[in-house]
Design a protein around this ligand. Structure first.
Ligand code: BF8
Length: 657
């Protein structure tokens, strides 16, 4: 473990490209992180820059010896305490994360509406069943109306969810009844998504809300407006328009790039452009054009969450996760990196300038100075996608051949485990149900469920914490659900194929996975699809036998390598939905012991879920397992079982028995 911790990455392809970047004098996030240490006051959440009397930097408390007088002096110019400042900073992260997911959702709803109105002919309803289910959820008349008419009603209702001034977000009705009651009782049931973000920003303005517990109420409400609002709207509408994912075989890592082809990487989050690129990338005219330029064809690959989206729906291979984005260009074979929104490093442009790669901005909300500009036209998506692919093809002859090197590293994965797929996979077509999952949790073959999600962070070894945590969980019979860059880390480590069950799982989980033929880590999609995990958890509750709320389940969540504000929003909506949630790497409230204790202990009284911080991924997994065991005990399904560390020799012995 110590050796892994010192390395920049556990991924061979990443290390190979880091060495190449270094030899070619290319700056990446990895070496910038070495050169710039994090600001200790900012990283503890103790810097307040919400007015021009500051920024005020609150030093850490001296510990238990601090006198009340000394404590009183550790305040900002306005008198704000470390608690207030840490809480304000924390909830502002939630607001930004919720805004990011929700603005993504808004754009998807706009595209859906254009389709329903017939103003674009390039998108269609792919999952009619989900469309009708949404209509039922929203109380929309179906009768003999056309799908277009129903879709237009759904679009209007979803649009209104953003600006709703009063009432409750409609998708919160999907949560267990007890959970809804908890939210109403505490006063955090979310109203309109935009309203919650605006109110949070107001309450963190200088001189407004100064009580950290009160600030956290709005933090929770805003996070819930993300998880059970913005993110869920994005997932559901995307499924209607692009298809609900089903298990799909694909490949991941730089080895998916092809030297003899035009390589186009789509990087970002919203799937509309990516869907169109996938649809037209094998267009015969474009392929002929690529051949005329000396290439053998067109190779489309994804990066970050957009990669998850098009891999799950079309099997398009994944280039890599967040910290691999600059290094993808270092292979020297990327004709174009096409980006839209979120998690796109500004450093990409400088790297692109050192190769022949064209960095192409497509979204007016997200421009990188110096990058090319080929806007995505939502009225004519197909033409936009074709223009982008043509630009990539035109760039093929500019390759700097002496700079080309593709690591021969790629791994197979099976992804696309939507809530609907899990239901079907476990129960079959005619009795789709979570019953087999619940039964196996109750009988102890599956000890519990863990959601391992989130980013990479250049402050810890790339992918290592994800993989170490997940392996520890699997060994202890915990079934892992994963999304975002965590899912890609698991895939690269070979944990997303059914054969992984035998090698990495405890005997109970291995048996279930082998019987069903599923991988022990279920890829559930992009970050925005963490809403699928909420729905899956709710389905487990509703199937019975494991309590009547999400907080009763033997389940836990984690983001061991988190870095983005979206991750904090996700963490908070999981906690507010009743989930014990462990973050690694760093925690942004360390400057206030009292506020941190509120997150780590106090919140549990209100929500049945709470935060934890543990940078050691194995210890973090053990915390999750201990929580799962406590929940098993509370449910009366605990068996006397010790944590067992199985090596291959022990497993062979077991097989002989
Ligand atoms: O939304 S996991 S680094 S790519 S923020 Fe970003 Fe984090 Fe990756 Fe997708 Ni999510």
């Amino acid at each position: 473990m110590a050796a892994e911790k010192q390395a920049k990455s556990i991924d061979k392809a990443t290390l190979e490209m880091l060495a190449k970047a270094s030899a070619e004098g290319i700056s990446t996030a990895f070496n910038r992180a070495e050169q710039m240490k994090p600001c200790p006051i900012g990283s503890d959440g103790s810097c307040c820059k919400n007015c021009a009397m500051g920024p005020c930097r609150i030093p850490l408390a001296k510990g238990k010896d601090e006198t009340p007088e000394e404590h009183a002096k550790r305040v900002g110019v306005c008198g704000a305490t470390a608690e207030t400042i840490a809480a304000r900073n924390f909830v502002r992260m939630i607001a930004a994360g919720a805004a990011a997911h929700s603005d993504h959702a808004r754009r998807v709803v706009e595209a859906f509406k254009l389709m329903a109105e017939g103003k674009t002919k390039d998108f269609h309803i792919i999952d009619e069943q989900k469309l009708l289910k949404l209509a039922l959820d929203f109380g929309i008349k179906i009768g003999d109306r056309t799908n277009q008419e129903i879709a237009l009603d759904i679009a209007h209702i979803c649009e209104a969810e953003f600006g709703k001034q009063n009432g409750e977000l409609l998708f919160t009705r999907l949560a267990p009844a007890k959970r809804q009651e908890i939210w109403r009782k505490i006063g955090v049931m979310p109203r309109g998504i935009d309203r919650e973000v605006v109110e949070l920003m107001h309450r963190t303005h200088m001189g407004v809300d100064q009580d950290y517990q009160n600030l956290m109420l709005q933090g929770s409400r805003t996070a819930l407006a993300d998880g059970w609002g913005g993110s869920m709207i994005a997932t559901e509408i995307q499924d209607c328009m692009f298809g609900t994912p089903t298990p799909t075989l694909s490949e991941i890592n730089f080895g998916v790039f092809k030297e003899e082809m035009v390589n186009l990487v789509i990087h970002g989050h919203e799937p509309a452009l990516a869907e169109m690129l996938a649809a037209v990338s094998q267009d015969s005219e474009l392929v002929a054009y690529a051949k005329a330029k000396g290439a053998q064809g067109i190779n489309l690959a994804g990066m970050c969450c957009t990669a998850n989206e098009i891999m799950m729906r079309h099997g398009i291979p994944i280039g890599g996760n967040y910290l691999q984005q600059e290094l993808a260009i270092v292979t020297g074979v990327i004709e174009a990196m096409v980006v839209d929104i979120q998690c796109i490093m500004q450093g990409l442009q400088e790297v692109a300038c050192c190769y022949h790669t064209r960095l192409i901005n497509t979204d007016a909300r997200s421009r990188i100075t110096g990058a090319d500009w080929l806007p995505f036209d939502e009225y004519h998506p197909r033409e936009s996608a074709k223009a982008i692919i043509k630009a990539a093809i035109d760039n093929f002859p500019n390759r700097m051949k002496h700079k080309v090197r593709i690591p021969e590293v790629k791994t197979s994965l099976i992804a696309g485990f939507s809530h609907e797929t899990i239901n079907y996979m476990l129960g079959g077509l005619f009795r789709a149900s979570y019953r087999p999952l619940n039964d196996n949790i109750i009988n102890g073959r599956i000890r519990g469920l863990a959601g391992v999600v989130g980013c990479n962070n250049a402050r810890t070894t790339h992918d290592s914490d994800h993989v170490m945590m997940i392996k520890e969980l699997l060994k202890n019979d915990v079934l892992v659900l994963s999304t975002g860059c965590a899912a890609m880390a698991a895939a690269k480590a070979g944990l997303m194929v059914p054969e992984a069950a035998r090698e990495f799982c405890g005997p109970g989980l291995a048996e279930v996975c082998e019987t069903v033929g599923m991988p022990p880590v279920l890829h559930m999609g992009a970050c925005v699809d963490n809403s699928r995990i909420l729905i899956a958890a709710t389905a487990v509750v509703k199937d019975g036998g494991l309590g009547d709320d999400i907080s009763d389940l033997p389940a836990a969540g984690a983001a061991p390598e988190w870095m983005s504000e979206k991750a904090i929003a996700i963490g908070q909506y999981f906690v507010s939905s009743g989930v014990y949630t462990v973050f690694g790497t760093t925690f942004p409230t360390a400057g206030s012991k009292e506020f941190s204790e509120y997150l780590f202990q106090g919140m549990e009284e209100l929500y049945g879920g709470k935060w934890a911080f543990e940078p050691d991924p194995v210890k973090a997994a053990d915390l999750m397992i201990a929580h799962i065991d406590r929940k098993r005990k509370a449910l009366g399904i605990d068996k006397a079982r010790e944590r067992v560390l199985y090596d291959m020799a022990m497993r062979r012995e077991l097989e002989k028995e």
